[in-house]
Design a protein around this ligand. Structure first.
Ligand code: NBG
Length: 866
């Protein structure tokens, strides 16, 4: 024995690990006659020992109890709801893994063209309930856990949301995974496994939003993921790129970190197909930096491991904004590099020539966040695969597809050239090379230098910036927006020059969709059951083909059906009231109309318009006599949503809502007819309680700003009506359900630009322009809802410039709300509208949206394991 160690061995594994692939991607070898060989031991012994799915109650209880005993090391004596959740989850996961294994094996054997959905966000919510539904085992597990002394509902409540996303963009990605698996399409998701997802929102004593880290992994093991120690790639940052002959280069030096895969099973509904969501975690390549250690600098040595781990430590809590943060750029490259390395390895296993890459691989870029995949694939083709530049560009532009999710100018990603040059020197070269190739544009539009400047990948300035949307556009085969109006705006504004250059056919639309499994059956089981009974169809029929809901139109005038429909809405309102009472200790009038606005806090979404409307209503009620008040339709207004931690105005809006709620809810004159709630910590799970309970929901963005919206579809599917502007998917919803079933107001998109110009250069004082709104602002200023001076910066956004045009839309908004009140008085007519609305939601299933992508973009086909 010796007490010294050889520094060369520090950080190295004791034994080198063999690269043994577990789980996915194995195919059997064949003998000389082409018969498949059993790989090891006695085939018979193996076959009798292999297990199948647990689908009957006794095997389910057995499996749950086995997990209690072994995986959890517990007994019936000390098993609480959390333990029961964990055991049930592990047991369900066993089933998922079997299906997942078969599906992956099937893909490997069949080698179909696959699509990869690259998204920096996947807002999955809870998994257990969805897995049970998709496996068709909900009733069995209900019975099984009941026999073990538990209640399934309580167990489901134990699960923490996986909240690796900010809002609509991340939830859309989650819905698309569900639809891909449900339609047996070979689609994988690729993202990052953040240690902390979107922050937990708390409300402080003064009504402000406070942020705490999201503890989603703190329950111990996450049963829904498989750490894949055998799937790792090295990712380089910094260093230098040395050009060789031609377009090739060698990139070396710098820092290398390791990406390790975590796989999450994505079960399809009513099918064995179970797809994969692969999330990458960053790790240091070595435990620490040996050179620093040898030089006696222990702290520096550990730093490098910290900096590697930092890459996937936290989801950026911004939506619609990106700052030039180095760590964010590192996240984007880390994720795209690992994903492409993985995709390339899988492609190479097929043994096909590299020129066939786009015949086997389609990659969807979810917004500009994964755009670095374009220069990265160029780098792989050119530097590693020896593909000539033009051929490589041809392959790349046949592989990628790009979805744009916003036209807000502040949301278009740009990265400073110096930052990119230092972090990704080789990619910066490639981007410049693509840029020079761009002279073709000059040829097509000779002399139009402005056009060329607008289309350039580089924005001039100090510093120069790389425009990611332009790069995503030229590197992709197709570009799409997410609702008709939005796609039209993409074509006529941010991508106009590219439309002139490439022609219109490259720029299309795929209207967003939502999964009816989670957003109808799971969140509203009562309604799903009623629909099934009424249509005399098994649930699967309409959960797989949402157009079947049209059958409900026949029952619109049936008083018995109307009554049942209304009873379900009522019980969902009571469920929400119960939630608010148990979590916040507040009592809600469930006979009032429930009016809901839930989404990220953002000026363009105009929660401010809503709260000003509520205050206006309050002031109007206060002006009434007690007799007049008796005739008023009681209303409860709910808000929920998070503000980006650095978004001052959005946070002030929350503060105003919370403080207005305190005053309004405690005013004895009005509290029976108007209540206001801000529900903290909005999440997928909270949405599942709120959405089925709403009578009316608000989607009131300034026209032309909300690309689509997806909660609007969820509310309508659950029989809630919509008050909104002529924006995003609201328009298509109205087209489907008929304009007399929605409440539209406000200026239209073409007017917005002129109005903003007027506000800028010919401003009319708010007192003249919109006296009722001026009164509301004055009351807030005067301190009616606590210290008015706090709100001045928020109020001034309306008084000065009013970029989001509240003063222009306030009057018509108040009128629309009045129409809502009047319509609600005629309850039968309201219920009819509600039924008609749900019945016409077929178009908004994410199954339809995914089929659009699969057929029109990716060119992939359904295929399922035996
Ligand atoms: C959001 C839009 C929404 C849209 C979702 C999903 C971003 C950048 N965009 O209107 O604001 O519904 O994307 O497409 O998060």
């Amino acid at each position: 024995m010796t007490s010294t160690i050889d520094p060369k061995t520090i950080g190295k594994p004791a034994r080198t690990r063999r690269h043994v692939r577990s789980l996915t991607g194995y195919t059997p070898e064949t003998d000389e006659e082409g018969k498949e060989k059993w790989p090891k031991g006695d085939e018979k012994v193996w076959r009798t020992a292999l297990r199948g799915l647990d689908t009957d109650v006794p095997s389910i209880t057995k499996s749950v109890v086995n997990h209690v005993q072994t995986s959890l090391a517990r007994q019936a004596y000390n098993l609480d709801n959390l333990g029961a959740y964990q055991a049930a989850a592990l047991s369900v996961r066993d089933n998922l893994i079997l299906n997942w294994n078969d599906t992956q094996m099937h893909y490997t054997r069949k080698a179909p063209k696959r699509a990869y959905y690259l998204s920096l966000e996947f807002l999955m919510g809870r998994t257990l309930d969805n897995a049970l539904l998709n496996l068709g085992l909900k009733d069995k597990y209900q019975e099984g856990v009941h026999q073990l002394g538990f209640n399934l509902e309580d167990i489901l409540e134990q699960e923490r949301d996986a909240a690796l996303g900010n809002g609509g963009l991340g939830r859309l990605a989650a819905c698309y995974l569900d639809s891909s698996a449900s339609q047996e399409l070979p689609v994988w998701g690729y993202g990052l496994r953040y240690k902390y997802g979107i922050f937990q929102q708390l409300i402080g004593p003064d009504g402000s939003q406070l942020e705490a880290p999201d503890p989603w992994l703190q329950q111990g093991d996450n049963p829904w993921e498989l750490p894949r120690l055998d799937v790792t790639y090295e990712v380089r940052f910094y260093g230098h790129a040395e050009r060789l002959d031609g377009m090739k280069a060698i990139w070396s030096g710098g820092q290398e970190v390791v990406a390790m895969a975590y796989d999450t099973m994505i079960p399809g509904y009513d099918t064995k197909s179970t797809n994969n969501l692969r999330l990458w975690e960053s790790k240091p390549k070595r435990g620490f930096d040996l050179q620093s250690f040898n030089a006696g600098d222990y702290e520096r040595a550990v730093e490098s491991s910290n900096s590697a781990e930092a890459i996937t430590s936290v989801l950026y809590p911004n939506d619609h904004t990106t700052f030039g943060k180095e760590l964010r750029l590192k996240q984007q490259y880390f994720w795209t590099a690992a994903s492409l390395a993985d995709i390339m390895r899988r492609f190479k296993n097929l043994g096909k020539p590299i020129t066939e890459f786009p015949d086997y691989v389609a990659i969807q870029l979810n917004d500009t966040h994964p755009t670095l995949a374009i220069p990265e694939l160029m780098r792989i083709f050119i530097d590693e695969e020896d593909v000539p530049w033009d051929a490589a560009w041809q392959l790349v532009t046949n592989t990628f597809f790009f979805t744009n999710h916003t036209v807000l100018p502040e949301a278009l990603e740009k990265w400073p050239v110096p930052l990119m040059q230092s972090l990704l020197p080789r990619h910066m070269q490639i981007i410049f090379d693509i840029h020079y190739l761009h002279v073709a544009v000059e040829k097509k539009f000779p002399g139009d230098r402005d056009k060329f400047a607008r289309m350039s990948l580089i924005e001039e300035g100090y510093p120069q910036q790389v425009r990611m949307a332009n790069l995503a556009c030229i590197g992709s085969r197709k570009v799409n927006g997410v609702a008709e109006l939005h796609s039209e705006l993409v074509r006529t504004t941010i991508m106009k020059d590219f439309v002139d250059y490439y022609g219109i056919s490259k720029f299309a639309n795929v209207t967003n969709g939502i999964t009816p499994r989670r957003w109808l059956d799971q969140c509203n089981p009562g309604l799903s059951k009623l629909i099934s009974e009424t249509l005399k169809l098994p649930k699967a029929a309409f959960l797989k083909d949402l157009f079947k809901l049209e059958g409900l139109l026949k029952f619109v005038d049936d008083p018995i059906f109307q009554k049942k429909w209304a009873a379900i809405k009522q019980s969902n309102k009571e469920r929400l009231a119960h939630y608010v009472e148990t979590t916040l200790g507040l009592k809600i009038n469930t006979h009032a109309m429930f009016d809901v606005q839930i989404k990220r806090l953002h000026e363009y979404k105009r929660q401010t318009l809503n709260i000003m409307g509520v205050i206006h209503r309050y002031l109007t009620l206060k002006d009434m006599t007690p007799e007049q008040r008796k005739t008023v339709n009681p209303k409860v207004v709910f808000f929920a949503g998070k503000a980006a931690p650095g978004y001052y105005i959005a946070k002030l809006t929350i503060r105003l809502i919370v403080n207005a709620a305190r005053i309004i809810n405690s005013d004895p004159e009005t509290k029976d007819i108007l209540q206001l709630y801000f529900l903290p910590d909005y999440s997928v799970s909270l949405a599942e309680v709120l959405i089925p309970a709403s009578d009316i929901s608000q989607h009131i963005s300034t026209a032309g700003t909300e690309a689509s919206g997806t909660s609007n579809m969820k509310f309508c599917l659950n029989g809630g009506l919509l008050v909104g502007t002529v924006d995003g998917a609201n328009i298509e919803i109205a087209e489907e359900v008929g304009e007399n079933n929605v409440f539209f107001f406000g200026h239209l998109t073409p007017a917005v630009e002129d109005l903003r110009y007027q506000h800028m250069y010919h401003a009319v004082p708010i007192e003249q322009k919109c006296p009722p709104l001026a009164r509301v602002l004055n009351e807030v200023s005067a301190g009616r809802f606590g210290d008015g001076s706090v709100y001045e910066p928020l109020l001034n956004t309306i008084r000065q410039h009013d970029y989001y045009l509240l003063t222009e839309d306030f009057d018509s908004y108040i009128q629309a709300l009045q129409l809502v009140d009047e319509a609600y008085q005629d309850r039968t007519e309201w219920i009819k509208k509600s039924i008609r609305t749900s019945a016409k939601m077929g178009k908004f299933s994410s199954d339809r949206a995914i089929q659009d992508y699969a057929q029109e973009y990716w060119n992939i086909e359904s295929t399922k394991p035996e």
